[in-house]
Write a protein that binds this ligand. Structure first.
Ligand code: FES
Length: 559
């Protein structure tokens, strides 16, 4: 544990020369006494652009009041958010991963400039959660992350993925327009993050497993007394962490990242966990590599029957106790590091000591002797098509191997239209390229094409590979994060229509059956594409971003 209890705010408010700053702060409510207290930043991702975050202003207010009551002085500030659920399938989706970096930079900027001593960061959507965590890692000041909470199910247990898949069903004539509209109107009943084990719930679970949110934070409904209480306790915990001088670097250790990966696998979490955990580890200076997911994945089974590949929703897991009983089971099996410190000031083992097991009649979390899959569903595939790696989510329901013929598209919209038009048929491997971190730019998600494949009933007969990435809601035989990406001249750029491709999720290989000489000939004739954006946020991101296999970060990659 570090012993450098620096009070940043004192440098901003102590002494006669700081009178102007104090004067400003008096206007926002500071009293004489408040200048002696640690300043707690409440980083809110509130916005009405998406249901995931529309309630976070109320959570931030609960955290603000509690921080003051606990002996700190709270300052609330906002950062941005975007919604993948809304932007998917639109050119603007390229800004999604960019927003992770903007959010991280913005929280770091405010906390750095305003000399905040500790932070509560509240996130409720895919990118703002890793964005918050990257900022907390860089700042390394006593902090707690709070999850905004999951949405309740829509009518007939629908959610946002139901709507995406209904579009595909409608396109193949399996659903009338009025039925599609009915799903659209009733799938999203109010505030909260998308309701399956998609990216937001995956991120919340891994952050809790890592010890950076309070026990239970990841499995609470967005609109619930438990969530408000979680916010209040988070602020009190930050004040306690300040007193004990416990910083994120004391919590986010290599072992803590291993715990996070273990819980993501057991829950059947999103492929985005790979990207974001690599980025968070890089921000914290923890050496974590993409192949660590394979090493841990060999010993950890997938146990949760949760959407997108399974039956249940996050709110149904909440009803039986959330992820704490699962973590206790994993700890008892020797699959978690129990000595890791957490934001409670206690170890993970101590936090789990009094946790009760699930009710006997539940079937959401399987027993170890009857897993959904005996090892990880997240597969890191390498081979002549992805020498730097790629990420697949294979639960086994779609099989473990696929060989088919390439059908190549140079963008997500091009592929989506082709799938809706019936151009893609059984036996195809859809290749969507020039959608990587630099090429897209922004590595956009392929939820529309994967949902269209499902909606057209081709989930078991078509595979999809891309240098872009997937929504946590995507399922089927899909491989993303193919690196090096096409825009960098990676082998995915050299595939031609009709090339045979094999995806082997047992041997963890991805192969294009074209010999080296022919690939070299194609490479000699390949020219890099013109950047799609020459100015602005996307152009800046494209200039700075690194490989997906390193987390697609815009900071220097440290290892
Ligand atoms: Fe925000 Fe799904 S779009 S959690």
């Amino acid at each position: 544990m570090s012993h450098n209890n620096r009070r940043y705010s004192r440098e901003l408010v102590d002494g006669p020369t700081k009178a102007p700053g104090r004067s400003m702060l008096r206007a926002v409510g500071f009293t004489d006494d408040d200048f002696k207290k640690p300043q707690i930043g409440i980083a809110s991702t509130w916005a009405t652009v998406t249901p995931c975050n529309m309630h976070i202003d109320k959570l931030a207010e609960a955290a603000r009041v509690a921080a003051d009551e606990a002996g700190g002085k709270a300052l609330v500030f906002n950062t941005i958010t975007i919604s993948d659920g809304i932007a998917n399938g639109y050119e603007g989706m390229k800004c999604s991963l960019v927003s992770r970096e903007v959010i991280a930079d913005s929280i770091e900027t405010v906390a750095g400039c305003e000399a905040l001593d500790g932070l509560v960061a509240i996130g409720g959507c895919d990118k703002n959660m890793p964005g918050c965590m990257i900022a907390l890692s860089r700042l390394n000041r006593p902090s707690v992350f709070v999850y905004g909470g999951t949405i309740r199910p829509g009518k007939n247990r629908t959610d946002i993925i139901s709507v995406f898949e209904a579009v595909g069903q409608y396109a193949r004539g399996g659903m009338r327009l009025e039925e599609l509209e009915d799903v659209e109107r009733h799938a999203i009943p109010g505030p909260g993050s998308c309701g399956g084990m998609y990216t937001a719930n995956t991120m919340a679970s891994e952050i809790e497993a890592m010890g950076m949110s309070l026990p239970g934070s990841s499995a609470q409904d967005a609109i619930s007394l438990q969530k408000l209480e979680d916010c209040r306790k988070a602020s009190a915990a930050v004040v306690q962490l300040l007193n004990q001088d416990i910083k994120p670097s004391d919590i986010m250790t290599r072992e803590a990242f291993e715990n996070a990966i273990t819980v993501v696998i057991a829950l059947g979490g999103s492929t985005n966990a790979v990207l974001h955990l690599l980025a968070m580890a890089n921000a914290m200076g923890v050496e974590l590599r993409i192949d660590d997911f394979s090493k841990i994945g060999k010993r950890v089974p997938m146990l949760a029957d949760l959407r997108p590949s399974g039956r249940y929703m996050m709110s149904e897991l909440v009803e039986i106790g959330g992820i704490l009983p699962l973590m206790k089971r994993l700890l008892d099996q020797g699959l978690l590091h129990g000595d890791c410190l957490t934001v409670t000031g206690k170890t993970l083992r101590e936090n789990l000591a009094d946790v009760e097991d699930y009710p006997a009649d539940q079937d959401i979390i399987c027993d170890f002797d009857q897993p959904i899959k005996a090892d990880s569903h997240l597969r890191i595939l390498r081979g002549n098509l992805a020498p730097e790696g790629s990420v697949a989510k294979i639960t086994g329901k779609e099989g473990n191997r696929f060989t088919g013929s390439a059908k190549v598209y140079h963008s997500e919209p091009e592929s989506y239209q082709a799938i809706l038009d019936g151009e893609v048929v059984a036996g195809d491997v859809v290749v969507i390229r020039y959608e990587g971190p630099k090429g897209g730019p922004g590595m956009q998600e392929m939820l529309s094409p994967t949902s269209a494949i499902m909606g057209r009933g081709l989930g078991n007969d078509v595979a999809l590979i891309t240098d872009g990435r997937f929504s946590g809601g995507s399922h089927g035989f899909v491989v993303g994060h193919v690196a090096p990406e096409a825009a960098e001249g990676g082998p995915i750029a050299l595939i031609e229509n009709g090339d045979r491709i094999t995806i082997d999720a047992v041997a963890d290989e991805i192969t294009v059956h074209v010999d080296d000489a022919e690939l070299a000939r194609r490479k000699a004739n390949w020219t890099p594409p013109e950047p799609r954006y020459k100015r602005g946020a996307l152009a800046k991101f494209a200039k700075l971003v690194g490989s997906a296999s390193d987390g697609a970060v815009t900071d220097d990659f440290q290892y």
